[in-house]
Design a protein around this ligand. Sequence first.
Ligand SMILES: Cc1cc2nc3c(=O)[nH]c(=O)nc-3n(C[C@H](O)[C@H](O)[C@H](O)COP(=O)(O)OP(=O)(O)OC[C@H]3O[C@@H](n4cnc5c(N)ncnc54)[C@H](O)[C@@H]3O)c2cc1C
Length: 508
Amino acid sequence: MVDEKKSINRRAFLSKGIVLAGSLSLFSRVISGPVLAQTAHQAKLDLSSLQGKFQGQLIAPQDPQFNQIAFDGLWNELRPARIPQLIARVVDENDVSAVIKYARANKLKVSVRGGGHSWCAMSNRDGGILIDLANLNKVISIDANNCKAILQPILSNREVQAALKPYGLAYPTGHCPTVKVSGYLLSGGMSWNQGAWGPGVGSVEAVELVTPEGEIITASADQNQDYYWAARGAGPGMFAVVTRYHLKLYPLPKAIVASTYYYPYEDISAVCDWLGPLARTLPNNLELSAGVLAAPPELAEQCKSSNGKVFMVSAVLFADSQEEIQAALNPLDTCPIIGKCLSKSVAKPTNFESLFDASGALWPPGLRCKVDALFYRSSLTETFNVIKDHFLKVTSPEALIFISVFTGKDGLAPLPDAAFSMTAKLYGGPWTMWKEPSADEENKQWHQQCVKLLHPCISGHYISESEIVEHPDYIKASYKEANRKRLAELRTKYDPEGVFFNYSEGLG
Ligand SMILES: Cc1cc2nc3c(=O)[nH]c(=O)nc-3n(C[C@H](O)[C@H](O)[C@H](O)COP(=O)(O)OP(=O)(O)OC[C@H]3O[C@@H](n4cnc5c(N)ncnc54)[C@H](O)[C@@H]3O)c2cc1C
């Protein structure tokens, strides 16, 4: 695995070498100053205009740290060959501003690296300057009385909940422990307790950002509204760098309680026939999911005939009273085939730490991944029916399909005043994950076929959990038409010179 990673990086570097040599030689004057001089020398860029304005670190492809940041900083082990011309690891918004002004003046494009968790590595583009936000990792303030916080982008979901917990507060963060709020909050934010709290972006009250002009501004419902609108959903197509998020917080629920049921694979349709309609009657603070995954070891023998896979129904309730717990969770025991349930764990008290542990185990690091998370118009039964046979053919034990079943009458409600525009009663899809490079082709093909089978059932894609590099048409499918058009218009208006890579530039 490690060797393969190195060889990809080396290959990437060599294959881009000629292009880089051509473009870098445009710059000749080498400047003094410890970091700048060395980097300028290596990259043959004239960085003199940055001197005194940039405090961070500039890393050129020849620098020993370059591959580590450019490639090892990515979550997905399936690494792209795309390589930036220079990495600028900034220390604050002034650095971001200086780099953008420099890029603009020198007709270079910029891309942005938040936490590197984009499944298709959208931060890595061919050429340009990669602005790496890794150092912007502080909680700026928590105002417990007014339920507000200001965060820098490189804080993980786990870190955010841990910072808020002592104040008895919480935020609709994403599900996995290591994902940073940076790109998560720009994308929409499929969150914990989404039914009650809404998606992550729904509680972003303002953003501080650096524009394509290099200006540092605040955008909210009251000022710079266009940027505010775009920052709430543009995801990897954002044409500014967000350096701070102003968040509205929620009281930490008094009790978080979880139930899990494992059913035999062959009973998927029967369980879905019951669960889909039941979800409409359940409260919106119950987070309900259904999925196919490798059976836990104690059920492995019973699941041999289904390729080791089992059907799981999981429910997490964010509750404030004991009565709520019973009313929300008891109905899950009423499945007509509950007698066939292989194993269950009912109404177990839990907390965010344990929820992150559980999600982290399902989506572990170090794997090669293809992901398409989708919004559905079909019923739960129809959705699982189209892929039921196909799932039995997957060879990787780590591959799973997860569908969030939004509870309540209407499902995921539309967000006013935001680029994020998807609504649905179901959300999710195949997370095809595997270990060995030798299994790449097989898994990629299996994944592609899975998405093809699901396509008749869907109403759209999620911009930040879809394979938009290989399938640029999925970008269009991630927004309602009016929102997509407005995003494009705003980009032309605010970034007419195209300083920021758009959704599909520089992707090879
Ligand atoms: C294991 C795992 C679990 C996940 N779970 C969830 C989940 O529960 N819910 C959910 O909604 N999503 C989830 N995601 C998807 C995740 O939210 C997106 O991939 C998101 O982009 C990750 O943020 P990042 O900062 O790491 O992105 P990066 O990969 O660093 O950036 C991706 C792109 O986003 C843009 N970007 C990022 N930060 C900024 C910024 N500060 N300013 C301007 N542009 C920026 C850039 O265009 C960048 O190229 C998950 C991803 C993984 C790998």
